[in-house]
Design a protein around this ligand. Structure first.
Ligand code: ADP
Ligand code: ADP
Length: 232
């Protein structure tokens, strides 16, 4: 088991109001190692909130998040930041690449403060391998403005993988892409899952993307229900 959510409840309460808006309602979910899952559901149903609870960017009001056997609620902010760096890769709807840096610089950005020469070289080697894996070898000196939306999103996936995470969390990763680029990005996430053994959790509106994952869950009224229209 890579992640286990146990009885997670998350609500928002406006200042001065007694009323709670429950977003996640006593929700439990087990994600196995090597699994790929999609979370679908209407806008505002709490999908991003759920992803943020899994990644410890947000905390639930009750319940626990167990990551690889460790209870994240026992960790302080600093430990959580380390935990995220070591275990998680994030992909968002927009690529968040820096426009003034070229592709390889963007991917290696997290290693700028690293002093250890060997560690830097290893990261460079890994960056080149990953860029090859996603088909961007030819573009390493291009800036994001000279790349297509799909290429930028694939670059964002490489950046998410550079720290060798155990789990990739993607929030609407194809939301800003045309159909063909979305299809390619979906296939890329599948191959990362299958060939590199990284677990994948995506939140999406797109059933085409969701169906590429091994399991699909629908989030509605604070609860998850597994859908059986996947690719089994
Ligand atoms: P989804 O990703 O499914 O669109 P979200 O998780 O972004 O849904 O949001 C779920 C609900 O929680 C929405 O109604 C949103 O307005 C509300 N919400 C999200 N963040 C906050 C916040 N910080 N304070 C109050 N309400 C919030
Ligand atoms: P959009 O492209 O629709 O503006 P994104 O997909 O970029 O939204 O971001 C989705 C959510 O992830 C937002 O709530 C945003 O605040 C959050 N987010 C974006 N980048 C980061 C980051 N580097 N670290 C943590 N949260 C982020």
């Amino acid at each position: 088991m890579i992640v286990e959510l146990k009885n997670i409840t998350k609500y928002y309460q406006n200042a001065g109001s007694a009323e709670k808006r429950i977003i996640l309602d006593d929700l439990s979910l087990a994600i196995e190692k090597g699994e790929s899952i999609a979370i679908v559901g209407p806008s505002g149903s709490g999908k991003s909130t759920l992803l943020n609870v899994i990644s410890s960017l947000d905390t639930a009001n009750s319940g626990s998040v167990i990551f690889d056997g460790e209870d994240l609620s026992q960790k302080n902010e600093r430990e959580l930041a380390n935990f995220r760096n070591q275990n998680l890769g994030f992909v968002f709807q927009s690529h968040h690449l820096l426009p003034q840096l070229n592709l390889i610089e963007n991917v290696l950005l997290p290693f700028i403060p690293v002093k250890d020469k060997k560690q830097k070289q290893d990261a460079e080697k890994r960056a080149l391998e990953l860029l090859d894996f996603v088909g961007l070898s030819e573009l390493i000196y291009q800036r994001p403005g000279q790349m297509s939306g799909g290429e930028c999103q694939r670059a964002a996936v490489v950046r998410a993988l550079i720290h060798q995470p155990n789990l990739i969390l993607a929030d609407e990763p194809t939301g800003s892409l045309d159909k063909k680029s979305a299809e390619q990005l979906g296939d890329l996430l599948v191959s990362i899952n299958e060939k590199q053994g990284v677990s994948v959790v995506i939140v999406t509106h797109s059933m085409d993307l969701a169906k590429k994952m091994k399991k699909i869950y629908q989030l509605e009224e604070g609860s998850l229900k597994q859908l059986t229209i996947g690719n089994e």
